[in-house]
Design a protein around this ligand. Structure first.
Ligand code: CP
Length: 318
């Protein structure tokens, strides 16, 4: 049975630290003139996305190719699912072609755990419903670790995650990853956008959080996930922006050391009402760039039997 990456909680602190250390090695590969190594030659990685994605799908496919794995992309809309084939039969059919890892995104919470029970291939959760998106948590913590040069953890780091926490798998996994590394994470949201789970630090007033002594080290803005809302959870988007958005007034009051993050895709003018390119602490582009190194680290961790020293040297890739 292969190992899988289904949640940050299952990975644990040691696992998070191991992947982030490995991501440093992968980032070094990505800085080479030819950013490709033979580490996963002979392995096949299959992307199965039942929900839309730009960053996660493309960065996993790029990561697999940089490690010389073969890639398959399952196109849901052109598949025999449309003829009534079940998810289980679909996974077992693809697995029979010889797949070493499935990267799966699904609208249903828990779907990657089901898939993990149906195949001997490794399964990587690329987002399940409102529940979990572990590689987002890993790339977010890796981005802060590199920006602050803090490879040993985040003790004392103050993180504020702002917005639609209720519908956000990113909020859950990114909170878990920062917390595993020792950071203090505050959720900031209107009561209607909080999930029915206990979290130690919750605020309803973003200004109180930004204005407290020392401000915050990381301001993480979440996307308003209107596609997941079937009732009016905020009076209107203009009022949401006024109460919780990163407006020009709030941007001007940020402490100079505050890092600003967003998982993308961004609703410009809603949760972020300034041009992020004009924020000195914005890490949004670095998050996307680091997604490749982190996903290379995840694939290598799950699929390689060799050490990085053995297999990340430059060499023939085909
Ligand atoms: N952050 C994130 O998961 O983006 P995509 O939906 O584009 O993959």
């Amino acid at each position: 049975m292969s190992r899988s990456l289904l949640s940050i909680e299952e990975l644990g602190t040691a696992g998070v630290q191991r992947i982030l250390d490995l991501a440093d090695t992968m980032a070094e590969v990505n800085r080479r003139p030819n950013p490709k190594v033979p580490a996963l030659r002979g392995k096949t990685v299959c992307s199965v996305f039942f929900e839309d994605s730009t960053r996660t799908r493309l960065s996993f496919e790029t990561a697999a190719k940089r490690l010389s794995a073969d890639t398959m992309t399952f196109a849901v809309s052109q598949s025999s699912l449309n003829k009534g084939e079940s998810l289980r039969d679909t996974i077992e059919t693809i697995a029979a072609m010889g797949v070493d890892a499935f990267v799966i995104r699904h609208k249903s919470t828990g779907a990657p755990w089901l898939v993990d029970g149906w195949t001997n291939a490794a399964v990587i959760n690329a987002g399940d419903g409102w529940h979990s998106h572990p590689t987002q948590g890993l790339l977010d913590t890796y981005t802060v670790r590199t920006a602050l040069n803090r490879p040993d953890g985040f003790d004392g780091l103050r993180v504020a995650i702002v917005g639609d926490i209720k519908h956000s798998r990113v909020a859950r996994s990114t909170t878990a990853a920062f917390t595993a590394l020792g950071a203090d994470v505050t959720w900031v949201a209107p009561r209607t956008l909080l999930p029915p789970v206990v979290h130690e630090h919750v605020e309803n007033d973003i200004d109180a959080v930004l204005d407290r002594d020392g401000g915050v080290d990381v301001l993480y803005m979440l996307r308003m996930q209107q596609e997941r809302m079937n009732e009016a959870l905020v009076p209107n988007l203009r009022e949401y922006t006024a109460r919780f958005g990163l407006t020009p007034e709030r941007a001007a009051r940020l402490a100079p050391h505050t890092l600003v993050m967003h998982p993308g895709p961004m609703n410009r003018g809603v949760e972020v009402a300034v041009d992020p390119a004009e924020l000195p602490g914005a890490l949004i582009t670095q998050q996307v760039t680091n997604g490749i190194a982190v996903r290379m680290a995840v694939l290598f961790d799950l699929l390689s039997a060799e050490s990085p020293e053995q297999s990340l040297t430059e060499g023939p890739t085909t």
